[in-house]
Design a protein around this ligand. Sequence first.
Ligand SMILES: N[C@@H](CCC(=O)N[C@@H](CS)C(=O)NCC(=O)O)C(=O)O
Length: 251
Amino acid sequence: MTYQLHYWPGLQGRGEFVRLALEEARADYVDIVRAPKERGGGVGALMKAMAAPDEPFIPFAPPFLKDGDLLISQTANILAYLAPRLGLAPEGEARRVFAASLQLTVADMVVEAHDAHHPIAGGLYYEDQKEAAKARAADFIANRIPKYLGYFERVLRRNPDGPEHAVGDSLTTVDLSLFQLVAGLTYAFPRGMAPFPEACPLLLRLCDAVAARPNIAAYLVSARRVPFNESGIFRHYPELDQDGAWSVDEA
Ligand SMILES: N[C@@H](CCC(=O)N[C@@H](CS)C(=O)NCC(=O)O)C(=O)O
């Protein structure tokens, strides 16, 4: 059965966390809004799926995934569903539950990365909240990026199965999502992220290893990978970027 990924066109957004898992596993999937209208694609298909009158399990917002009759929404929940099916889940309950926690922590940080440029309201233009965004982005760079990435660095350092992966001893959706998170933050805040390589050597190594995986490397240079842009979650507005000054404590 072909997975159907439903996500907005023209941006990576939260859909990218799901796309990376599908691409790594070379899963049979179709990105619905990019499929031709005559084959059931386009934004109309996404809107229709969201408003389906007879469907009880409707999503609040994209991304969502259809697997046959099943409709699964919420990025972390989609990844929890896909991971065991795609060979991207760790072994055992303790590790799976921890993977879910990490996935939700990534989601928390994604919200904060978005709020750095839209601190007042998602429905307002960036230009209408620029001053507030400057204050929010400054705090995000000074305090939140170091706190979140420092946490993920500690998770890698403490992984009893080795620091090559966030959880367990093989690649999981969490590793893929950490790669995407760091790539997005580096795009959005190159100055803020300048201390990252030195502060988080294990996370850096993980991101490099993910980028070098054959299926991911092929995907990243393909037309399927939408470039980062100022419609997405990770936006580069030079006026919001500033020098980062952080190091991660040994913990
Ligand atoms: N917690 C959800 C958030 C979903 C979400 O906010 N999706 C965005 C696009 S990335 C959206 O379309 N939001 C519409 C809205 O919040 O009104 C997830 O992680 O999937």
